[in-house]
Design a protein around this ligand. Structure first.
Ligand code: CA
Ligand code: CA
Length: 294
């Protein structure tokens, strides 16, 4: 068991980041993560001008996986996400789906319990912890932790939650796994740009899958296998995510592309992860028995 303190963090995923730890495949890791605003919001009365935007989306890590090389994948089994501390949310001018019509900022600080989140205004929310940011170093230039991509990053997929298994492509030796941006609860789309942001303790087990080449992250969750794709538009992200799953289904079930496509057209699930980061993210999935050959 390895503990990774929130004091070890990066603001960009990069193959130039030195790993703070190298672990063998099969290791259990416990990451302490700060909230996406790096703990800067302490009260609802605080002014938005007091926030330093250079300090957003810290990801704890990176951790190198021994022997991981480009063309491999790492499987990250999410065992537990325990939220610690209060949750914060914000409405910020210029940010999110309503950024153009949000004229003044609002901040909220919420108490979080294992049974619910006290949203205020007499409203309780379900406690549904998930991870917004999780990824590896990309092949080329560094990518800020606020941006998603084929390396993972800020995918804001609410199904990256306890019990799910995430597969990430490896682009550089060691993979360089990092994570952060936990939410006590987040809706599909993350429409205002924040979920219920909170620090967390995240327990994962990592496994190296050699010569396991994938173009984009895959997620096993709730009996489904999803391809998670981030791109400039929902349409282009959708096409890539569907193609990734269609290719797996065609191979596993020995179907031609038209037949595999019809199967996906009958029982596939297309869902939006987020529409507020520098790229948008969708997930497309099918019951895993049709797609998983590993
Ligand atoms: Ca996020
Ligand atoms: Ca967030």
């Amino acid at each position: 068991m390895y503990n990774i303190s929130a004091k070890n963090f990066v603001f960009a995923m990069s193959k130039e980041n030195p790993p703070m730890l190298t672990v063998p495949s099969g290791s259990t890791l416990i990451f302490e993560t700060n909230d996406a605003l790096d703990g800067q919001i302490r009260s609802a009365g605080q002014s938005i001008e007091s926030l330093d935007w250079e300090r957003v989306n810290p990801a704890t890590g990176p951790v190198a996986i021994e022997g991981a090389m480009p063309g491999d994948a790492i499987k990250v089994m999410i065992k537990r996400i325990d939220i610690s501390g209060n949750g914060v949310m914000a409405a910020i001018p210029g940010f999110g789906v309503f950024g153009d019509e949000t004229t003044s900022a609002s901040l909220e600080v919420m108490s979080i319990y294992e049974s619910h989140i006290a949203f205020g205004h007499g409203i309780n929310l379900p406690y549904r912890p998930m991870l917004g940011v999780i990824g590896v170093a990309p092949a080329d230039d560094p990518i800020p932790c606020g941006t998603p991509g084929s390396h993972g990053g800020n995918m804001d997929c609410k199904k990256i939650a306890p019990g799910s298994h995430l597969y990430l492509p490896v682009f550089c030796p060691g993979a360089l796994l990092a994570m952060g941006d936990a939410h006590a609860c987040m809706g599909d789309g993350e429409i205002m740009g924040t979920g219920v942001e909170a620090p967390a303790t995240v327990e994962v087990e990592v496994e190296l899958l050699c010569n396991f080449t994938i173009a984009d992250p895959l997620l096993e969750a709730d009996g489904f296998l999803y391809s998670i794709v981030s791109d400039d538009t929902l349409e282009s992200a959708t096409k890539r995510a569907v193609a990734n799953i269609r290719d797996m289904v065609a191979k596993k079930m020995n179907l031609d592309n038209n037949t595999a496509g019809m199967l996906l057209s009958a029982i596939g699930e297309l869902e939006i992860c987020q529409v507020v980061d520098p790229l948008v993210t969708v997930r497309f999935g099918i019951a895993k028995e049709y797609a998983l050959s590993f």
